[in-house]
Design a protein around this ligand. Structure first.
Ligand code: TXE
Length: 481
């Protein structure tokens, strides 16, 4: 699949003249190429968005909503092709893309297609002063949306949908590692009747294309999801330009398991929260802490379940763990595994830790799901985001110890708590440092809720009306009569 930029509702080859190879993680082979766009391409996309803005921002809410709901329908109608493209680009099992990624991309457009019809502002009457204040929320103009490779269409559309619902025009860049479904989205939005220039998709790497979007003087808001390091770089570029920033960054999420939990449900869900999408979800529970009373039982049962997770080609329905996204990312994960192997006194690998050779796909990027027992939460593997099929486990004694462990990293994205004790739930959810706390569940999402992290997991909130607030500017009008 050779991919092109989508500017002004037209496929366009990069002005930069440069292209990148696009790899298929399952086989480790090149299966296409994508533009490596530069600032000239970004300027062209910006001009298209700027030209479309006056009309789009004055398009009625009902008309915007109708087009967005049509986009949602077309994503659903193209579920198979989109899921296959997503899986081929990312290495995740096709069944996962069909069950999670693509349906969520449709939900993103459907949710904001409805939400924008309910989005209201406030008026304030100054009684006794013959004064009325009301707030108008205006779209910002041309905004930038930059997304990562782990949930490609899911996260790409989660930025684009509220941005265009609010009346903005968009210059969007998917990850250069997983461009395919973003490319297919261009065809879908045009078919749905989205006017030319409202959504412009430019492909390329972060340094040339992403940086050009962030540094563009007239792209006044950036919504970014990716690594904490990159987020910090983006903030340094954007801050002196007074741009609005939404930064959804890394996580190192605790999974706190108390002895009174529903054990079987916990075990089933913990296998999923550890290794779904090959552990490449910023919300995965990669640090597992288990109350001492059930620690040995959990260790035995969890390791047994993980050993039975089938690593295989993403096309096979029996595959539970597909290929990780790139050769470079696999090497990054293997550096952590090598570190653990070099310190057996601090890291006990209970299962996994090695590459998997999948027959007929020997060059694919496969890794065993790995469980490592650690003695201290201060160790490297508990402090750094590995972002792969690797989790650590260790016991805790009581609530205070569990809380100390959970909050003992620089991140604060999500946490999962397993207990049936209501008072404990209320106490601990107050104290856990995270933007989202799941209790007796995981990745259970209601799009009306704000999403985002604290500490080094980012700033800003996506989801709900918060995303519409991000992509609009409030203006207060005060009238004395
Ligand atoms: O992210 P990057 P990557 C974490 C995870 C992963 C690490 C790196 O730890 O190992 O981030 O992953 C674009 N200006 N998460 O490489 O580099 C880039 O092209 C503007 C957590 O995917 O941050 C891509 O489109 N843009 C995260 C996007 O930023 C730049 C999910 C993300 O790339 C840029 C993914 C720049 N200077 C990774 N440099 C989560 N929270 O879900 C890069 N980009």
């Amino acid at each position: 699949m050779d991919i092109k930029n989508f500017i002004n509702n037209e496929e366009q080859i990069p002005l930069s003249g440069f292209w990148l190879d696009n790899y298929e993680p399952a086989s480790g082979t090149i299966y296409g190429e994508i533009p490596n766009s530069n600032e000239d391409d970004v300027e062209k996309a910006y001009q298209a968005a700027k030209a479309a803005f006056p009309s789009w921002s004055n398009t009625s809410i009902d008309e915007r909503s109708k087009i967005m709901l049509r986009i949602a329908d077309l994503i659903e109608e193209n579920l198979g092709a989109l899921a296959a493209a997503e899986s081929r680009d990312n290495g995740k099992p096709v069944w996962l893309a069909q069950a999670v990624d693509i349906p969520r991309a449709s939900s993103n457009f459907r949710f904001y297609g409805h939400a924008i019809t309910q989005y209201a502002t406030k008026a304030h009457e100054s009684v006794g002063k013959n004064t009325m204040n009301y707030t108008i929320r205006k779209p910002i103009g041309v905004v930038g949306c930059i997304s990562p490779w782990n949930l490609p269409l899911y996260l790409f559309t989660w930025k684009i949908a509220p941005a265009i619902a609010a009346g903005n025009c968009v210059v969007a860049k998917p990850s250069e590692v997983t461009p395919a479904t973003a490319y297919l989205l261009g065809e879908i939005v045009e078919k749905a009747g989205l006017p030319a220039g409202v959504l412009n998709i430019v492909h390329g790497n972060g340094a040339s294309c992403g940086q050009a979007i962030v540094a563009h003087p007239d792209i006044k808001a950036i919504s970014f999801t990716g690594g904490t390091t990159t987020g910090a770089h983006i903030a340094r570029t954007a801050a002196p330009m007074f741009k609005k920033l939404s930064l959804e960054l890394g996580g190192k999420n605790p999974n706190l398991i108390f002895a009174d939990c529903d054990y079987d449900k916990m075990l089933d869900t913990t296998v999923r929260s550890s290794f779904a999408n090959q552990g490449q979800i910023c919300l995965c529970g990669s640090r597992i802490f288990v109350q001492q009373e059930i620690y040995e039982r959990f260790k035995t049962d969890f390791v047994d379940r993980v050993k039975n997770l089938r690593v295989g080609h993403p096309d096979q329905s029996s595959t539970k763990v597909g290929a990780v996204v790139s050769a470079g990312h696999r090497e990054k994960i293997e550096e952590y595994l090598a570190f653990a192997k070099a310190e057996p006194e601090n890291y006990r690998i209970l299962t996994g830790g090695n590459r998997v050779i999948v027959k007929e796909y020997e060059k694919g990027y496969y890794l065993e799901p790995t469980v490592i027992e650690v003695s201290s939460n201060d160790c490297k593997l508990n402090q750094e985001e590995i972002f792969g099929p690797v989790v650590t486990i260790m016991p805790f004694t009581d609530e205070a110890h569990a809380l100390e462990l959970a909050n003992g990293t620089k991140y604060g994205l999500s946490a999962t708590l397993w207990t049936n004790d209501l008072s404990r739930t209320m106490r601990m959810t107050q104290e856990i440092e995270a933007g989202i706390v799941w209790v007796n569940t995981w990745l259970n999402r209601d799009l009306r809720t704000p999403f985002g992290g604290v500490k080094d997991s980012g700033v800003g909130r996506e989801g709900g009306f918060e995303a519409l607030d991000f992509f609009t500017e409030p203006k207060n009008v005060c009238i004395e009569y």
